[in-house]
Write a new protein. Structure first.
Length: 479
């Protein structure tokens, strides 16, 4: 509960700010282009440090990294709330991203080591998956309510009591872990290379909407990120005590699950971002109505993640549970690709919300179980950081690709004489179709790369703290 409350605070902060951006712009005088840095400064620090923070948890102790990140995040949240200038807010948001990365990177690793029993671990991962995937919808509602009732400063101040309580209880209930130590030295060159590569990569992605995919800016910084990543891999291959032991990638389930999550989140992100724009700009919803419109997704993710998915994973294995979940997400995005200017929410959007919510509720716990399966306890923090990194990079990449394609399509139609509503809708439809294609690739990777759990192992897990399901009339492959 303590770890998931800490994770919820991080997830809420990532979305609660988006609703308050117009108020922040009016108050502090941000230009339209500079306003994006309120979000981008956080994303660059957060996405760039997740992998390093997860590995540091393995080396020096996950509890220490979690608590240190919590302190950094809290102090940065206070600075954000007190900010009276553009520069102060952007710098504070960057530091907040550092604290958020340290806090969230080690949580999943702590959960799998705290709950070694398979049935308890499946339930704990289900709760974590719900918080990590559905908490953003709560942020949309909370951001609108706080901004309208008080002011935008309080979207940051609200973190202070939550963080204080989390820290107090964390020190009481989380056992101190020592980590494997730094006796053989810290791989400082490797740390510098991977942080630089990831930060530069995230920066390149988030700036695509301003420069375009074929610009010298995007190609140059993107190439620089790849060069740094290649140098990091070369360094780790010969380092005596590597920051990231490359042998961890031999696990097909770990590598495959992270690749699938990147593709899945890249496709799904269009539903949250562009779907909200469609509801506002075309159907005329206000910010509170948009938050309510996404509640079916949150509700279904919670309903499935908090028990049902765990039982399916134990009975049939995470791979068999994941595949229908991915298909459901892809089907929901295909439904959204048929929206029209005069569509009704209940007939055109709600069915897609149901399909995507159900699919995500099945997929996220399965992916996290797969990604952490077979990982040695001393590498659990690294694996946890990898899961969070693929989630953040997938979201940023998906937003850049889908938003750019939608904008280009809409601009071409506007130039051709179409109405604003028709041009926007056509752009959103294209983005949802591309998103469905990304999820289809994820289905193919899941079918070809992931290794299924042996039937005997699945049967042995049933009954260990989880109510046994009736004997199925079909095989796990059919499921």
């Amino acid at each position: 509960m303590v770890l998931c409350i800490g994770m919820l605070m991080i997830v809420l902060d990532a979305t609660i700010v988006n609703v308050a951006l117009p108020s922040i712009q009016d108050d502090l005088g941000f230009s339209q282009s500079s306003l994006a840095w309120v979000v981008n400064a956080y994303l660059i620090a957060f996405g760039g440090l997740l992998l390093l923070a997860g590995r540091l948890g393995d080396l020096v102790g996950r509890r220490s990294v979690f608590l240190t990140g919590l302190v950094v995040f809290t102090l940065a949240s206070l600075a954000c709330g007190l900010a009276q200038s553009e520069a102060t807010l952007v710098v504070a948001r960057f530091v907040q991203g550092v604290g958020g990365a340290m806090t969230s990177a080690v949580i999943l690793g702590m959960i799998v080591t705290m709950f070694p029993e398979s049935s308890e671990q499946a339930k704990a991962i289900g709760v974590y998956s719900f918080v990590a995937s559905a908490g953003g919808s709560i942020g949309l509602l909370a951001g609108g309510a706080i901004t309208e009732a008080i002011n935008w400063h309080w979207i940051f101040f609200v973190n202070l009591p939550i963080a204080a309580l989390t820290g107090v209880f964390a020190m009481r209930v989380l056992k101190r872990d020592r980590g494997v130590g730094l006796d053989q030295g810290a791989d400082l060159p490797g740390a510098l290379l991977i942080v630089s590569a990831l930060m530069l990569g995230v920066y390149t992605i988030v700036e695509v909407t301003n420069y375009g995919w074929g610009s010298a800016h995007t190609l140059g910084f993107g190439a620089g990120s790849l060069v740094l990543l290649a140098a990091f891999i070369a360094r780790e291959a010969r380092a005596q005590n590597p920051l990231v032991p490359l042998g961890i990638f031999r696990s097909r389930n770990l590598s495959g699950a992270n690749a699938i999550q990147t593709l899945m989140v890249a496709g799904m992100f269009g539903m949250f971002f562009l779907g909200a724009l469609y509801l506002q700009r075309v159907l005329g919803f206000d910010s509170l109505e948009v938050g309510l419109a996404f509640l079916p997704v949150t509700g279904l993710i919670g309903l499935l993640s908090l028990g049902f998915s765990a039982r399916l994973n134990l009975r049939f294995g995470p791979r068999a549970t994941l595949l229908p979940g991915l298909v459901s997400i892809g089907a929901g995005l295909l439904v959204l690709s048929q929206i029209t200017v005069g569509a009704s929410y209940f007939t055109a959007v709600l069915p897609a919300m149901v399909l995507i919510g159900a699919g995500a509720g099945l997929s996220f716990p399965s992916l996290m179980s797969l990604a952490m399966s077979g990982v040695a306890p001393e590498e659990a923090g690294l694996a946890s950081g990898m899961v969070n990194t693929s989630l953040q990079v997938g979201g940023a990449l998906g937003l850049a690709v889908l938003a750019t394609m939608a904008t280009n399509r809409s601009s071409d139609l506007l130039a051709g004489g179409d109405s604003a509503a028709a041009a926007l809708t056509s752009g959103y439809r294209l983005a949802f179709l591309i998103g469905a294609g990304l999820v289809a690739v994820a289905v193919a990777v899941a079918a070809l790369v992931l290794e299924p759990v042996a039937a005997a192992e699945g049967e042995a897990l049933v009954g260990e703290g989880v109510e046994e399901l009736p004997e199925p009339a079909f095989s796990s492959e059919a499921a």
